[in-house]
Design a binder for this molecule. Sequence first.
Ligand SMILES: [Zn+2]
Length: 402
Amino acid sequence: MDAYDYCKYMVETWPNRWTGSIGEKESGDWMEEQLAGMGYETRQTRFDCPGWEYEGEELYLEGKPLKAGAQFYSVGCDVTGPLAAVQSDGKGGFRGEAKGKIALVKETETTDVIERNKILLALESAGAVAAIMESEYPDTYSTKMFRTPESKLPAAGVSGEVGQKLFAAVGKEARLVIRARQTQSTTSNVFGEKGPAEGPVFLVCAHHEASPGSPGAYDNAAGIGVVLEMAKRFSKVKCDARLRFVGWGGHEFGALGSKWYVENCRDEAEKVKRLLVFDGVGAAEADPQIMAWGGEQLVEKVRAYAEKRGGVKFRAGTGGGGDATYFVPIGVEAVWVSASRWRLGDLYGREDHQWRAAAPFHSPIDDMRWIGREAMAREVEIGMGLMKEWLGEFGVRCEGES
Ligand SMILES: [Zn+2]
């Protein structure tokens, strides 16, 4: 199996593997088996997280069915009410009348999930019966535009096209059914490692779970595919370094897995010389991008590598992001490889200028249609190239051909 095959297998076997779900557990166990089969010492660290049982949803406008998707951690419901358009006030509240109504909000009028969660809580306090968010994607929707287990207000998302129909029907009656329940669950980080304990540590990682209701191909079975192929290549090499390959759990609820590791295995995390993250990769028609957080030496070396290789965009980061968020503040240098952003307008052939990822991630259509075998091989080569440069930089001796 190569990176593409691992990704495809994961997507097709566990199309539902959200934080704390059975699919997440099974795909994590599978990843551990793969690493063990390559000869790595493996383990999983399991910890508590908010859980969510989810079976499906229905939305009706004046009795006619429309496509909608429950939002992560939404409570279950069967509610009916008139539709009402509300607007974000930019401060976590909203403008409009929501009491007794199904409130409609546009994702494009909000900035991030933190603000949207606050709007959901504000709508709940105001006595709305449900919230529906119109996605910025015309033909699909993210399942985590809202993402808070604190809210007991039913929440759903709809595509831009369905959103238009709903906004055109303000005052008319809609019915929203969500079959879901908030629970408590656990999630886990998957480790496979080898090499001398006293050697410099290099950590190659990706998150293994996905948004609910999303096959999570681009985000991020593809990342796991790259990590597994790199592990396979390095399994044939003996190095004077500790190579640690990791699949993070709980990422889609605020990078829970990498956060847990930095907080609970602080000594181990601090010893990591370089963190290499793959998140949102393998998109066939997008260019790769490398983002680096660290000292001038790392940043300049990675920049030079990107220039030498060609066809790769480079960005120097500040503060950390994704699964590097909790490592960067404790002084770990980090690099994030992704298949770079397109304009959302380019993706959908329309005129707008928002930069977004190369596939509609966190959506039900983040499936294998976006992933290319060559793009996956390209991401693996970038990872192998960076690792070889770093092993050289730290004077690590290696025997064997990867
Ligand atoms: Zn991701």
